[in-house]
Structures are given as C-alpha cells and as structure tokens.
Design a protein. Structure first.
Length: 247
C-alpha cells in the first residue's frame, strides 16, 4: 500500500477502541484529514509523545482509506508541541476554537497550505505569549479571507459609500456593512458594531498588523469584534461553534 508524508497539526483526537484512536489533522498538503492510529494507546507505541493535541510535525499515512474516509497513520514525529497552550485556559480555548473553526469551514482533504500556515502561526503566537484574544481574532480574520467568507467591512454593500458616515450596521445576508441611509435594505442586521471594530478586523484580515505582540485593543472594541465574529460565523455555518462560549 502506498504511503504519503506531510506536515500536519493535530486538531482533534477521539477514542476508537481500547487500543486505537482517531486523529484529525490539518495538513499542509492535504488540508483537513482523518487517520486511524492503531495501537497508539499501548504503552509500547512509538507514537507516545508525538501526537499531543495541537502539536505540529510530520506524519506518514497510508494513501488508501480504511473506512469512513480514514487513512491508517503509520508514523508521527512532532517538531513543535506548544506546551504553554495546554498550561493556560485562555490559550487552550483559543486554540480549540481555531481548530473547530478550521474543521467547520473547510472540506475533507481540500488542500489549503496558506490556512495551514495561519493555524501554525496562531499556535506559535500563543506559545510565545501573544494575548490569546488578539491572536485568535487575527487568525479568524485571515481564515475568513482565505476561505472566501470575509464580508465587505469598509464600504456600504448597497450604495458603496463610506461606511464611516455614521453608526455601523451589518447584514450577513447582503455580505457586509450597511450605512444608515441604506439600513432599510437589510432585514437581518447586526446592530451595535462600531466602524472602529470592523476596521480592526479588516486590517487583521489583510495582514497589515505584523507585530501582534504589540497590539493593544480596547476591551470594549475587543468584545464587539468577538461578538460580531461569533454571530457571523454561526450565520455562515448555520450553527454556533461549541467553543465560542468559552472565549
């Protein structure tokens, strides 16, 4: 049976049997993928310490499906284990939310190397001590851009005028900001979103903020952006993410 090799991040692990587990990875070459690690729970397994949650490394797996679209995991070697993420609840929940969002917003085995890079970058920032809320907001903004779901944030989607003319409203159905003059056009408006909050999200999405360790966002603005993303992601997916309540 032929084998494949790729760099990957472990984003989910579930028990399969008394000795085996199912590992979901987000990989550089294949995107989101599921593997069955046979015998990994045995004390003699060579994978012990190589497949911790959120660890990044190289995996080798069979290229044929076992069942339920799972490959057989043959080898795993962790390069980065990010222990600080598992030692701090805020970092841990930020990583959990990013992993759940990456799984929900992508198709099985649809290559997304840029998104892999963003996910690994998030783990590295969390490990380095960047504020979890800021690091996560930046990742979510980039994910929305890369998956094609980033809405229009700086101009009214109806008249194309400057959205900064007054209090902002947002229409997920129309795909962006609606100015006061056009607010009657959107029946599904999100109210209470400041243009400043949306501007921060736009800058993060475009990668214009390069030193996240130096970013300081006012708590009120941070809460606005968080609330907006939770609602918008739930709209896009059709359901709220389970990890959102922990942020």
């Amino acid at each position: 049976m032929p084998y494949e090799k790729t760099e990957a991040i472990l984003i989910r692990a579930t028990d399969f049997s008394e000795t085996s587990r199912v590992f979901s990875f987000f990989s550089r070459r294949f995107g989101r993928m599921s593997t069955l690690a046979k015998g990994v729970k045995r004390k003699s397994s060579r994978m012990i310490g190589q497949v911790d949650l959120f660890s990044c490394g190289e995996i080798v797996f069979s290229s044929g499906w076992y069942r339920d679209r799972m490959h057989i995991l043959a080898e795993a070697c962790a390069f980065e284990t990010f222990p600080a993420i598992r030692d701090d609840m805020a970092r841990y929940y930020a990583a959990c939310h990013a992993a759940e969002l990456a799984r929900a917003m992508t198709e099985e085995e649809d290559p997304a190397p840029d998104l892999f890079g963003e996910l690994r970058g998030l783990m590295r920032r969390l490990q380095a001590g960047v504020e979890p809320a800021v690091a996560l907001l930046a990742f979510e903004a980039r994910l929305l851009l890369l998956t094609g779901f980033l809405p229009e944030l700086d101009r009214c989607v109806v008249c194309r005028g400057d959205s900064g003319r007054g209090p902002a409203a947002f229409s997920p159905g129309l795909g962006g900001v609606v100015c006061p003059d056009c607010s009657s056009e959107g029946g599904d408006l999100f109210e209470g979103v400041s243009t400043g909050a949306l501007g921060i999200l736009a800058r993060l999405a475009e990668g214009r903020v390069t030193r996240l360790d130096r970013v300081r966002i006012a708590p009120t603005v941070k809460r606005q952006v968080r609330r907006f993303l939770d609602r918008y992601e739930a709209y896009v997916l059709g359901y709220p993410l389970r990890t959102a309540k922990h942020l």
